[in-house]
Every structure is written in structure tokens, then in C-alpha cells.
Design a protein around this ligand. Structure first.
Ligand code: CMP
Length: 141
């Protein structure tokens, strides 16, 4: 078991529904620590750059519009095997495939408005953390 850091977003749909506190509570109950967090309203340029990997996909423009539709919380999470642990807690991208008890099963409305984002690998976690946070913003528990 290795201690890792990963990156997460509480997306505009979840912030609008006022379930951000509930999501943070479930993160802490799972054993992960929130070691950095801030509330942001993404600019179009930030959302386009963050999701650049999806720019050829049919849903890209809609995804960018959704991600700038309201504020988000961006977070760095830390704990044992944090990348997998956070993805397991989030559940499948499409909430209709998400397991019971997962954040997307509980809080997502659709494949797009799916409440949370999480990095999928160590390289993307490092890139996504750097996209929003300086090393000095991260206070390991
Ligand atoms: P996320 O984990 O943030 O990674 C890419 C995002 O694109 C995903 O969550 C969804 O919000 C969105 N997404 C993925 N697949 C689709 C789809 N088929 N239609 C619309 N949005 C999608």
C-alpha cells in the first residue's frame, strides 16, 4: 500500500444541489484526507484546457459549457492508493452503471452531470494537481 495524492472536482451540478459538504464527508469517512481545496468558477479557457484530452469527442463543447455553468470545488486528496480509492468512491462515469453507495449513484444526474471528477492514473493526477495548485497550497495531514 502506497500513500498517493490524487485530484478531484466537485462539479457544478453537485455544488448547485448543495451536496458538496456531504461529498467531503464521504471522502473523509473513506479514509482519504483533503489536503488542499478551493472553490472556483472555471473560465472557458481553463475548462477547455483541463478537458483537452476529450476535444475530439462529440460531447466536448457541452462538457465545457457544463463545467463553467457554476462554481466547483477543486481538491487534492491523499491516502493509501488514493487514485483507485477515489475512483472507487466516485463510481462509474455513467451513474446508471454506478454501484450502490458511490457518489455518482447518490448524486449524479447523467453521464455529463456526474457530480465528481477524479484522476485516472499517477501521471494525470500529477498534471491535474499542478493545473490548479502550487506545492505550497498542499498541507498533508
Ligand atoms: P469526468 O470523469 O470528469 O471525465 C470526462 C467527463 O466527460 C466525464 O466525467 C463526464 O462529465 C463527461 N462525459 C463522459 N462521457 C460523456 C458522454 N457520453 N456524454 C456527455 N458527457 C460525457
Amino acid at each position: 500500500m502506497a500513500i498517493q495524492k490524487t485530484f478531484g472536482i466537485i462539479k457544478p451540478d453537485a455544488v448547485r444541489k448543495k451536496v458538496a459538504g456531504n461529498i467531503i464527508s464521504k471522502i473523509e469517512d473513506s479514509g482519504l484526507s483533503v489536503v488542499a481545496i478551493k472553490k472556483l468558477h472555471l473560465t472557458k479557457a481553463q475548462a477547455q484546457a483541463f478537458y483537452a484530452v476529450h476535444k475530439e469527442k462529440g460531447f466536448y463543447n457541452e462538457l465545457v459549457d457544463f463545467m463553467i455553468s457554476g462554481p466547483v470545488f477543486v481538491m487534492v486528496l491523499e491516502g493509501n492508493e488514493a487514485i483507485t480509492a477515489w475512483r472507487t468512491l466516485m463510481g462509474a462515469t455513467n451513474p446508471s452503471n454506478a454501484a450502490d453507495g458511490t457518489l455518482r449513484k447518490l448524486f449524479a444526474s447523467s453521464v455529463q452531470e456526474n457530480a465528481v471528477h477524479g484522476s485516472d492514473a499517477p501521471e494525470t493526477a500529477a498534471q491535474e494537481i499542478k493545473f490548479f495548485f502550487a506545492d505550497t497550497d498542499i498541507i498533508s495531514a
